[in-house]
Write a protein that binds this ligand. Structure first.
Ligand SMILES: [Zn+2]
Ligand SMILES: [Zn+2]
Length: 278
């Protein structure tokens, strides 16, 4: 396996998704200013599972915008070669029943890294502000959402369409947790990750949300590390100044768990990245 040293931010968005700010080059420049060695641009994939009229310009780029996005990131990869490694990435929603269409899109472009997300859960968004009222219906609803989420996530991982699973415990965003831990479902997810060699992001985005903690939670992260699941670092930046957000606190946290290397992906192959010593 290839190896390198330095830090990589594997998850950033751009103005193209309609709810982030800044051009992809602003993110690359910010990553250089922070001294990162790698930055992935991973904007949201167009809504490939819905009819074209369902496109929402505040949630993702339109299908016809995808080629220009790819061209722009590939141009930056060349422009900054030797200064920073720019990765062509995408954050792709998993939607059961639409795997073939997603595979077709992913094969059409030379992606370095594909982040997998479960945002869409049979009719509603797990994390949209408009969904908070569902969690507020009470513990039974909260447990039902979490249960459905873990089961869908396991299917997403087993689809093997993704290199990295994003924000693994996303339903916690608004601060709602099941009353009893759904340990069996979590175990099934971890088994799927190890069986497929899929990585998980340690994302600092949760700190900017009501829950106020990284994805995954400390106890889940410990279980992932114990199972040997590969990890990547991510800010899920939606503004250029969020690149590398909180990394200086995450790295010592990982060191305490005995993690001294993380990963990034080049043309969908893992590269190890030794973490800087404290
Ligand atoms: Zn977003
Ligand atoms: Zn996401």
């Amino acid at each position: 396996m290839l190896a390198a040293s330095g830090l990589a931010d594997l998850h950033t968005h751009t103005f193209r998704c309609g709810h982030a700010r800044g051009h992809e080059e602003d993110y690359v420049r910010q990553a250089i200013a922070l001294g990162l060695s790698v930055v992935a641009v991973t904007d949201h994939i167009p809504f490939y599972w819905l009819p074209p009229e369902a496109h929402d310009p505040t949630l993702a780029m339109a299908p016809e915008q995808l080629p220009a996005y790819v061209d722009s990131v590939l141009a930056l990869k060349e422009k900054y070669r030797g200064t920073i490694e720019v990765l062509l990435g995408i954050e792709a929603d998993y939607v059961e029943g639409h795997e073939a269409r997603l595979a077709e899109i992913l094969q059409s472009y030379p992606f370095d890294v594909v982040l997998g997300s479960v945002h869409w859960l049979d009719g509603f968004w797990v994390d949209a502000p408009s969904s908070q009222k569902l969690y507020e219906q009470g513990p039974a609803k909260v447990e039902a959402i979490w249960g459905a989420y873990w089961q869908k996530l396991e299917k997403a991982i087993r689809s093997q369409l993704f290199d990295v699973m994003a924000h693994l415990d996303l339903p916690k965003k608004f601060g709602f947790f099941p009353e009893r831990p759904l340990a069996d479902l979590e175990s099934r997810v971890i088994a799927a990750l190890t069986a497929t060699g899929t990585a998980v992001e340690v994302s600092t985005a949760g700190r900017r949300k009501p829950v106020g903690e990284d994805y995954p939670s400390p106890s889940l992260l410990e279980r992932l590390v114990a199972a040997g699941v590969p990890l990547v670092l991510s800010s899920d930046a939606h503004a250029p100044e969020e690149v590398g957000f909180g990394f200086s606190e995450v790295i010592p946290r990982l060191s305490r768990l005995g993690v001294n290397e993380v990963f990034y992906f080049r043309r969908r192959q893992p590269v190890t990245l030794r973490l800087p010593c404290e």
